[in-house]
Write a new protein. Sequence first.
Length: 396
Amino acid sequence: MLSGARSTALDNRMKPKRQTANHNLIRRINRSLILHQLRTAAPQSRATLAERTGLTRSTVSSLADELIAANLIHETGVGPSRGGRRGTLLALNPQGGCAIGVEMTEDAVLVMLTDFVAQPRWQQGFTLKTTDPDAVIERTEALITEALRYNADHDAMRPLGIGLGIVGLVDAAAGVLKKATNLGWEGIPFRQRWEERFHLPVYIGNEASIATLGENYFGAAQGYSDFVYLKIARNAIGGGVFVNGALYHGTDGYAGEVGHMVIELGGPRCTCGRYGCWEAVLREALVFAANVVMLVEDAQQGDNEAQQVLERVIEVIAVGVANLINIFNPQMVVLGGEVGQLLAPMLPEIRRQVAPRTIIPEAQSVELVTSQITTNACALGAVALVLDDILGEPNH
Ligand SMILES: [Zn+2]
């Protein structure tokens, strides 16, 4: 475990510079360990924090003092006695800072302001009447300005950053929207533009990968370090992969394009130009189902035709999910998105069809669930993206 020893002035004089840098890094990582612990399970006493992080009691106490002084955590009361004296409980301080989450889809924009524990304080949005990028982005910027003004007037919390979840191909590392086909946008450097304008850190991610982070912060995958989230819509399947407690971005930030995994050689043509992609096969399976809600209802009431369509949909979903289980060996697969959510009654059947398609002996124990976040998933995920920089598991 990381050393919690504090160097004395004498030590620092005698040590080469590199070691001081290491010491600062260790201290930063230890601070993150404590914040991460308090995000996932609070309130906790200093003694419990020491146990769970593996840090010494004195290191935890000194870091807790520092975090209390920085307003990021606060004391919330007294815990049960554990043999010795009763310990004061610590939790994240909701007033520790505020975050702005922006959701941008082909239909609408939503801007949300939350406190440090992601409780919404203010939100406003608009539906798109035009997809002209300048018009949409300027209107969004006006809302961000309004959100920041609301915070300044009411809570005066320290703004921690702006998170943006957007449809399309996103270079997360560079903070650039590469291409959003449905909006007709290309090469928009959101991070540069907003950092210059708002003087705050800007984080950007693809809608589905951001919803994945949201699912880990607020939804079904809380406390899970390895899981796959799927956003299944009629026309597209997006996804995100959580590995070792963090979103997996890939070299260029494009990881998670699971919808274009080919599951049927020579299958139907996909919007990407190739054939047999997972989302193209699903689209074909649903082509005669005008409404997926009705489809599930009709099938449940014994309608033969609807049952056949649904059987094919279940098979298509099961094949893709099994492939992902074989590749990532996750603890959990979350089915989200408008279609994924509706498949809740079909989960036992999907599970039954996934198992024989995997080669992992424990695959049967992979939890398959539907998403718990049904509204504002992307805006909340964008907030999580901002907070994750401070509250995420260290070492990523
Ligand atoms: Zn494709």
